[in-house]
Design a binder for this molecule. Structure first.
Ligand code: GLC
Length: 766
């Protein structure tokens, strides 16, 4: 494509190359992060929103026999003909090299053969032979690949191929799906030569073949847009994720109530039903912070309206529910109903805010309300307009907005690629804006909520692009109430976490198909640990609220929701850490223990932060399971028994038990059970101390506002030493209500300590 490398020129951190057939450049962001670029520089990244101008990086750039060598203190790049780029460590060890052979295509098929198969109903994806932009990298050892967003299947993406094209497909999502709702073109590679990450920053449809076509290489490719990728080198996956989220942004600290339990269904259709759900949750003492209203709260699915027959006084309803501790989250879809006299439609039409066909008429497709038009979210004026609409919700008392169908999903076929969309001030097409449509909608929603409400916005989105974490939480869309989807939830959420999206969850007990009592139990035992903790299901499915399957299920369900509520301070600490480091809340074991090959493909266990390991039961009828603990000593959460790691063993797991282990030296901050966050004034912090050596930074603030950004928070440091010495200290005091007492629980004993004057405490625990 670019042909022979002719010459180069260095300007600070940037090296510009001239090839026979075009130009390219490489920019050093740091010693170990490089941007590789060739194309049209007027396309602005949707993921990288802050300036990438960094401090000068010390580089040596010179011509060698095989190309141009660029050396930083940490890496050394060799740039050759065709803009092939090899990455080496500074000491010369290879890390990631271009594959210089030819592609070996998969199975050739005749047209008639394809037709024959199509006759029986087989769907055969058209695999392209060549792409305008195609980067092949050599697979040189035991590479494992992680990330790539919400893709189906297992944790390690090696040997699978995927498309980045936001897709709403309600069929049961299986391993062979190439695309789902989210396009996050970022992955990390764990190799025996070191770790690296690649972020291919294109919003166009792209392909990631991670060694399916050939064991010798993987490739990423697209047919439009730029060759524009970032390369992150590191000693560990955490280091790479920090660098990636430094570039694309991090999820801001959420409102603390959003870490509680959310109850949903398509749909709670009347005021009476919503009140019934709230009352029942309280009566049965199932802690809950939020009830979600699906599309039926609207008048004929017109966004930003209320169906006044079913909800005669929404403001009053929301205010009554608020008094019971419930926050209401409402769904908002992008499709605006075509209807004369509907103000949103009329105003959008008048201002030209909807996308248009190439010949200039407003483009119409169908979604829930029937004929609908689609806001042109790439246009900043449209985003502002949409942002302003959020006030109609917050004025009613709505506390969060759930953005759905924003791939965008359409019922009369996909929007043609040439439909005209804006990309800021430029006019472009659906092909470029499709994968960022949901991202931009979530951004507008976030900004509108922030303006209207002032508190930290709570947004949930189905469609995402890289960087959506700055604006929204996400759920994994329409899974099914099948065991295979409970199993998939673990790697899917872990890979989203490793793609920079920490605040994620699945629909607990599954959306489509019908839950069984046992599936509901095992799903809540797993799902109570996902940052977004919501039970939601489909219109047609059997009900799956916690009480519908009788007392035994209800009691187990309640105990896991209660467990989650006691761990909210720990989750909140993890979010604080995430905002500073990009490290997710849910972590696959490989994230912390990548030197241990047992963790590389661990699909059925995960970590919550660095301290708790969950080994949930994910199979029907199973009452014991194999647990693997990595190195070190771990404590069985339920029995307190100490177990040495680096071994697998069988653990009983009756229906009411999810095997959980806590790392020695952990200090877990906990609260008493509350029916909703803020029900009780908490002036005592519980600290569960697990003997060993460790420290815990605990974070506390008002749980809602942005005051923490101006120092309005308290930060504590707790330490435990192997000889039983415990230390507590308030490191930062900026929030007016620090804890007055600490309740230390260790080895079956409780010690209460006054912390009133926030003095430094030292105490022997054993
Ligand atoms: C989509 C969503 C689902 C929602 C339904 C109705 O299928 O994924 O969560 O309940 O639309 O709004």
């Amino acid at each position: 494509m670019l042909g022979k490398l002719l010459d180069f020129e260095q300007k600070g951190n940037q090296i510009c190359f001239r090839f026979e057939n075009g130009k390219a450049k490489i920019t050093a962001l740091t010693d170990s992060v490089f941007r590789i670029f060739s194309g049209n520089s007027t396309i602005r990244s949707k993921a990288v929103e802050k300036s990438t101008d960094r401090k000068p990086v010390e580089l040596k750039v010179y011509r060698e026999k095989d190309g141009v060598r660029i050396s930083s203190r940490r890496l050394s790049l060799l740039v050759g003909d065709e803009f092939a780029v090899d990455f080496y460590w500074a000491d010369g060890r290879p890390l990631c090299r271009e594959y210089r052979g030819k592609r070996t295509y998969l199975q050739e098929m005749e047209k008639e053969e394809r037709e024959l198969m199509a006759g029986e109903g087989h769907f055969l994806a058209e695999e392209k032979r060549t792409h305008r932009i195609e980067v092949l990298k050599a697979i040189e050892g035991d590479e494992c690949f992680y990330g790539l967003g919400d893709k189906t299947g297992f944790l390690n993406k090696r040997f699978y191929a995927y498309d980045m094209w936001n897709t709403d497909n309600p069929d049961p999502h299986v391993d062979s799906f190439r695309a789902l709702y989210k396009s996050i073109p970022f992955f990390m590679a764990r190799t025996d030569r070191g770790d690296y990450g690649i972020f291919f920053d294109t919003t166009y449809k792209s392909v990631f073949d991670m060694g399916k076509e050939s064991p010798d290489y993987y490739y990423f490719a697209a047919d439009a847009g730029n060759l524009d990728y970032y390369f992150f080198a590191g000693n560990s996956l955490p280091e790479i994720l920090t660098a990636y989220t430094d570039l694309t942004g991090r999820a801001p600290l959420p409102q603390i109530w959003s870490l509680g339990y959310h109850q949903s269904r398509w749909s709670y259709k009347t005021e009476e039903e919503v009140r019934f759900i709230g009352d029942t949750l309280r009566k049965l003492r199932i802690p809950c912070d939020s009830i979600h209203l699906d599309i039926d709260y609207m008048e004929r699915y017109k966004v930003f309206t209320w169906n006044r027959e079913r909800f005669p006084d929404p403001k009053k309803m929301l205010s009554d529910l608020k008094n019971e501790g419930f926050k209401i989250v409402t769904i908002i879809d992008p499709g605006v109903k075509v209807e004369k006299g509907y103000p949103l439609y009329e105003e959008g039409m008048e201002k030209g805010y909807f996308v248009v066909s190439p010949s200039g008429e407003t483009y119409v497709n169908a979604v829930w309300p029937g004929d609908a038009v689609f806001p042109d979210f790439g246009n900043p004026a449209v985003r502002n307009w949409w942002a302003r609409q959020q006030k109609t919700l917050t004025d009613m008392g709505v506390r969060g907005v759930w953005n759905d169908m924003n791939e965008p999903a359409t019922f009369r076929g996909e929007i043609p690629e040439d439909v005209v969309f804006s990309d800021e001030e430029q006019k472009t097409d659906h092909a470029r804006m499709h994968n960022v449509y949901g991202h931009l909608m979530a951004k507008a929603t976030y900004e509108g909520l922030k303006e209207a409400d002032g508190r930290r916005p709570f947004v949930i989105t189905r469609a995402c692009y890289a960087g959506t974490q700055k604006y929204s939480t996400a759920w994994t869309g329409d899974n099914h109430s099948i065991w295979a989807h409970l199993q998939m939830a673990v790697p899917q959420l872990c890979n989203l976490s490793l793609s920079g999206m920490p605040f994620v969850g699945t629909d607990i007990a599954g959306f489509g198909s019908d839950a069984t009592p046992e599936l509901l139990v095992r799903w809540v035992e797993t799902g109570c640990f996902s940052p977004l903790f919501r039970n939601h299901c489909c219109l047609s499915a059997v009900r799956q609220e916690p009480w519908v399957f009788g007392k035994e299920v209800l009691d187990i369900y309640r105990s896991f929701v209660e467990l989650r509520y006691t761990l909210i301070p720990y989750y909140y600490d993890l979010f604080w850490e995430e905002e500073h480091t990009g490290w997710p809340i849910l972590r696959p074991l490989v994230f912390q223990y990548e030197d241990d090959p047992e963790t590389w493909e661990m699909n059925d266990q995960f970590l919550i932060g660095d301290r708790i390991l969950a080994a949930p039961v994910l199979q029907q009828g199973v009452r014991r399971r194999m647990v693997y603990l990595p190195e070190g000593v771990w404590y069985d959460f339920w029995t307190g028994e100490a177990v040495s790691g680096k071994k697998a063993f069988l653990r009983d797991a009756p229906l009411d038990t999810c095997p959980l282990y806590v790392k020695a030296g952990s200090i877990l901050p906990r609260w008493p059970v509350q029916q909703y966050v803020g029900e009780k004034e908490i002036r005592e912090l519980i600290l569960d101390v697990y003997p060993g050596e460790g420290e815990c930074f605990h974070y506390q603030d008002d749980g809602e506002t942005f005051a923490y950004r101006e120092g309005g928070y308290n930060q504590y440091r707790f330490r435990i030493h192997p000889d039983g010495e415990f230390e507590a200290e308030l490191l930062h005091r900026g929030y007016a209500a620090p804890y007055e007492t600490l309740l230390i629980r260790c080895r079956g004993e409780e010690t209460r300590m006054s912390f009133k004057d926030c003095q430094k405490i030292n105490r022997k625990l054993w």
